[in-house]
Write a protein that binds this ligand. Sequence first.
Ligand code: HEM
Length: 504
Amino acid sequence: MPDLYRPSWVMVALSLLFSLVPFTLATSVLQYWRLRKIPGPPAAAWTNLWLMWQMNRKESFYETRKRLHQRYGPVQRYGPNRVMFSDLSAVPVILGTTNILPKASNHEPLKAWVNGSEVLSFVALTDDAKAARLKRNLHATFSSHGVLGYEAHVDHTVSELVGHLQTAGSMVDLADWLSWFAFDTVARIGFSEDQGFMSRRQDVDGALEAGRRRFEHWNFWWTLPSLEGLIYKNWVARNRKKSRSSIMRLAMQVVERRKAKGGLGTHNDLLDLYMQSAESDPQLFSPSTILGLTITTMQAGAETTAYSTAICMFCLVRDKHVLAKLRAEIESVAPPTAEGWDLPPTAVLRKLPYLEACIKESGRLYPSINIMLERTVTDGHEDIAGVHVPKGTIVAINTAGLNTNPNIYGADFETYRPERWLEGSEEQRILMNRANLAFSAGKRMCLGINVAWLEMRKAISALVMNFEMELAYPERGLKQMPGIFGYAEEVKVNIWPRRQDTKV
Ligand code: HEM
């Protein structure tokens, strides 16, 4: 063939480029046009790079979401195909209980594969029918009554936390201590093992760090799930025999150790529950699902509870008036005796409205989750809060907008004031509770909410009753990390025992 007719690579590349450019342009214009009436930053209407940049800046995306709400009102466009609502009437549609909108494709980067099988991540599970079947099996154990079966595990780690803090020195970082506490607690509830984070005063085998890196990965690839799949979930990566993640390796070892110790029926913990479920439904609770549930328990359950507790402690220590009021409430049901102070059972702590209000208020003002819980619009759900949103659009609730809405929380919404949850008309309180999405809402809301409340109530009561504390650096304020979770960078306090003879 003469050279003239032989296709050169340059020619092929040029023709590809010339056909791709108009295609990309046409798609962008079409996407722009579909949602053109919804206000938002101009760059966001054209490219997801705007969102990618916002999510990877030093400032948390939660702060950006506050500004979007203030600037554009209750409905904001934050991507070519993305719309966010800070309108309460959108909650039952986006985070509904029936005919629910599926989780959006942004969850893909959180998924993991080992040895040719997908290891289930409950949070990232996009198959809602499967999630519902899993939840049906686990519901009784995670219910407010069911979690009391694990109360002894929490009492054990709370007692350990108090013991360590009595000798840890005059200044401690509660952010670290509560991370270690929460991981040790979840390891006990999850698989009856003592991971020794508190006793060693460190992140053992980098498990916390590995969890954080996994969420950083998710945050980075949030807007580019397909490209992430191509790079990290290709055939070679999916069939890797060993996982590179230390948290995955830890979960694999935990499951193997349990089998060696006799397996099913030998312990009172979540792993035993997952194994029991596998007996009744082996197809649903396959080995990789059990492994995935073990990882989810550690990842979804440890850090979230840790920094929600640490941030609440920051608020309490900063505000002496609130702290005194909370102590008085706890003392009214559990007064210290000459022998010390005994940690009351959860059934008693659940009846303390001010304790609950203190936790809800810190979660409102400094939420532990920076990002939005995205869903995809399906047939029959195109009208949300009076706005037409075409099928296929990614939608979310702007919790930053809800949490700072004066009509819901009052004109002083920027102040830490737990009283707001207890005073006011019943109508107002119902409104606040509906707007409180710390654990999400609807069918896919947090499975571990009752575990988290059990831990937070116990740890906070024990710290408040056993120690005097003051912020070591009050001028620094609270610094939350950007990314998926708003970890408290540090909560350094000067600390000393309230009574020498206290015990838990
Ligand atoms: C203060 C602590 C916690 C907070 C703020 C929290 C928050 C959340 C939120 C907002 C979601 C919804 C995510 C989404 O819709 O994409 C979620 C899901 C989930 N959480 Fe939690 N969580 C906490 C503690 C826990 C604990 C202790 C466990 C388990 C022991 C747990 C297990 C789960 C699971 C399994 C899901 C997935 C549920 C589903 O997708 O249907 N969480 N959590």
